[in-house]
Ligand binder design. Structure first.
Ligand code: U2P
Length: 215
């Protein structure tokens, strides 16, 4: 009996892992982008250090890094709110060219296969667009290289992004958190990289989020 339960659980696990990587959608068929900026010191404070991740090596000094530029659907399509793994087209010839804003070549390859292949832009075009999207957002001054821990409400983080980026619609931005750390700021953009209002993004519900300093 126990063996059957174990086998059942194992096949469920394998199925859901396979589903997570299932291709969905076609290149270029999407409605808008989600620019995701990740607070690197929070990643390093939680899991990165433990894995000896080069992203967290002393002196890397990462603050907000580019997690990805994710094509999105406004309505669920094939059971998903975003296309993924659209083709097997190869990624950047030299992924190291993105290392100044994306912290690891593993992430660069993954973001290309999962999200970039669905943009229809080709690898060089996708990463150039992602860089442009990140550069179009001004990081609020006190988040550029804080030397002390910050503890802020998600609403305050949003407010500072809105103040630093006049014209950005209030509901174009969502905050993601994990174990009360700020993990990401996510910003909706149209295909021309103009910030746009968007609905239905998951929001951090913690009353306050911790931002470990850059080191
Ligand atoms: O939010 C947890 C992970 O889910 C994936 N995600 C989330 C929202 C979305 O619109 N698209 C999407 O892919 C991200 O997975 P990753 O790109 O890191 O594999 C995100 O980290």
């Amino acid at each position: 009996m126990r063996l059957f339960i174990c086998l059942g659980l194992l096949s469920l696990f394998c199925l859901s892992a396979a589903d997570r990587n299932a291709p969905i959608g076609e290149p270029g068929k999407f409605d808008y982008y989600l620019l995701t900026l990740s607070w690197s010191p929070a990643y390093c404070a939680s899991t990165g250090d433990g894995r000896n991740d080069p992203q967290c090596a002393p002196g890397r000094q990462f603050s907000f890094v580019l997690h990805g530029l994710w094509p999105q659907y406004t309505r669920s399509t094939n059971g998903s709110m975003w296309p993924q793994f659209c083709t097997t087209e190869p990624g950047l010839r030299d992924p190291k060219t993105m290392l100044d804003i994306m912290p690891s070549t593993g992430l660069i390859r993954h973001e290309w296969s999962k999200h970039g292949t669905c943009t229809g832009l080709g690898a060089e075009g996708y990463f150039a667009t992602a860089r442009k999207a990140m550069q179009s957002i001004k990081i609020p001054p006190r988040f550029v290289a804080p030397k002390e821990y910050l503890n802020l409400s998600p609403a305050q983080v949003k407010k500072e992004f809105l103040q630093a980026n006049p014209g950005m619609p209030e509901n174009s931005i969502a905050i993601a958190c994990s174990s009360n750390f700020l993990s990401e700021v996510r910003i909706c953009m149209d295909r021309n990289l103009k910030t746009i209002p968007c609905a239905g993004q998951r929001e951090c519900r913690a009353p306050s989020v911790r931002m470990p300093p850059v080191r």
